[in-house]
Design a protein around this ligand. Structure first.
Ligand code: DSN
Length: 434
């Protein structure tokens, strides 16, 4: 019988993780860090509690305080995204996708999505959420560079197959989607445009990416913890009017979640303030950093994708690493040097390569939030070169480098100095009212 006599090993592992990941160069494009002020609110009494439905119409007593937080965070999110409707109850990006897909996709419906190799998220595919509702899933045609939807071919496809839904947005997401170019044709075909903004929500909030609703998308789904540097949850955003929005509301509850994990809603309220106040500067620097890293890696001899398009307009880069091995091997080599990223299929690769693809994906958002700028991106590119091209171990240098970047910028943390931060948790400026 497996039975360890103490739980201290759990505490030990958590403390090792904290020490390790605060001293690694974190380039996973789907992650970010909470500010100290947001994180300090986790683990409150809300971690024990339940709430279903909407504030004021709950199925449990004792929800007065979370009701107040939920009402106010939604108001602030509506200000941030300049929209009519927000649902903060889905507990992740995939859960919010399922909440929306379940309401709009019926057996036999045709749905256009980004292919897996073209960057599409697993929830958009046959084995994911869309596949639970229909098998008729067609990939958007791509332009020869592989990183853009081919608009003319897609318009032809819409006219021929009459899709019910277009799912734009993806996980390997270097450039804006052609929402405006497809919106008119989608409308003529009576097709709904769902825009999965999980990766770029923080860039949209910071007004440095496209404006999907303004360009004609019907609903945005997203997680709240990639470029949007919040707690791990999901969100739906739209300008639909109430009767239509009620469909998505039902998809969120009771359709895809009941209690919505109140402990993680609380820090989201703080992150929303941070994005209202510092979001534009953060989004701007994130994209500058991604571009700077793309240039520096390319100059060092790496095959950074989409060179003809200046590598990226988002937080991400894609690199073909086949010169050094497969993506999984290269990601492991970098991890052994304290540089953390993930392997990724590149456009037009066969799906069989999913566990040993040609590429790796890089995200600049977390290191941007830790205060790094273009100069630091050059240093990161140099670590890549030393490790992968020169075959040197740079793990200790990476730890020493990262030691200088330990506070979260674009947040209230950054306004307080050193030991003042903890005290500051109670005191930072709050300039937006509910
Ligand atoms: N698959 C995750 C990613 O893009 O990393 C998102 O769920």
């Amino acid at each position: 019988m497996y039975y360890e006599k103490s739980v201290s090993w759990v505490e030990q592992i958590v403390s090792e993780q904290n020490a390790w990941r605060t001293h690694t160069i974190n380039l996973i494009a789907s992650e970010n860090v909470l500010s100290r002020r947001a994180r300090a609110l986790m683990g409150s009494d809300f971690v024990h509690r339940y709430a279903e439905g909407h504030p004021g119409e709950r199925y449990y007593q004792g929800t007065d305080k979370i009701d107040e937080i939920e009402i106010r965070v939604k108001k602030h999110l509506k200000t941030l995204f300049d929209c009519r409707q927000v649902d903060v109850r889905p507990i992740s990006g995939t859960v919010v996708n399922d909440a929306v897909f379940s309401q709009y996709i019926d057996p036999g419906d045709i749905v256009l999505v980004n292919s897996t190799a073209g960057g599409g998220h697993i929830s958009h595919h046959k084995v994911g959420s869309v596949g639970k509702y229909t098998r008729n899933i067609i990939d958007f045609p791509l332009t020869p560079d592989g990183y853009h939807v081919d608009v003319d071919k897609t318009i032809g496809l819409i006219r021929t197959v009459h899709p019910k839904v277009l799912v734009l947005g993806k996980s390997l997401f270097l450039f804006p989607e052609p929402v405006a170019a497809l919106a008119e044709e989608a409308k003529k075909a009576n097709a709904l445009i769902i825009y999965d903004a999980a990766h770029v929500l923080g860039l949209i909030a910071g007004k440095r990416f496209q404006d999907p609703l303004g360009e004609g998308a019907d609903v945005i789904t997203a997680s709240t913890h990639k470029t949007f540097p919040g707690s791990q949850r999901g969100i739906a955003i739209s300008n639909m009017k109430d009767p239509e929005w009620r469909t998505i509301d039902k998809g969120a509850f009771p359709g895809s979640s009941s209690n919505h994990h109140l402990d993680t809603l609380v820090p989201l309220a703080v992150t929303t303030y941070e994005m209202l106040e510092f979001g534009e500067a953060y989004a701007d620097q994130t994209i500058r950093n991604a571009k700077a890293l793309g240039h520096a890696l390319s100059e060092s001899g790496f095959d950074v994708q989409a060179k003809d398009f200046d590598f990226t307009e988002s937080h991400q880069l894609a690199v073909d690493v086949t010169r050094f091995g497969r993506g999984d091997e290269v990601a492991r080599m970098l991890k052994d040097n304290n540089i953390i990223l993930n392997m990724n299929l590149l456009p037009f690769e066969p799906l069989e390569n999913v566990t040993n693809p040609a590429g790796v994906r890089i995200g600049a958002q977390e290191m941007t939030r830790m205060g790094m700028k273009e100069a630091e991106m050059k240093e990161i590119a140099s670590f890549f070169k030393q490790c992968l091209i020169d075959g040197k171990f740079v793990g200790d240098e990476v730890v020493a480098f990262r030691n200088d970047y330990q506070s979260v910028h674009y947040s209230y943390d950054a306004q307080q100095k050193g030991g003042e931060r903890e005290k500051g948790l109670q005191e930072g400026p709050v300039s937006v009212t509910a």
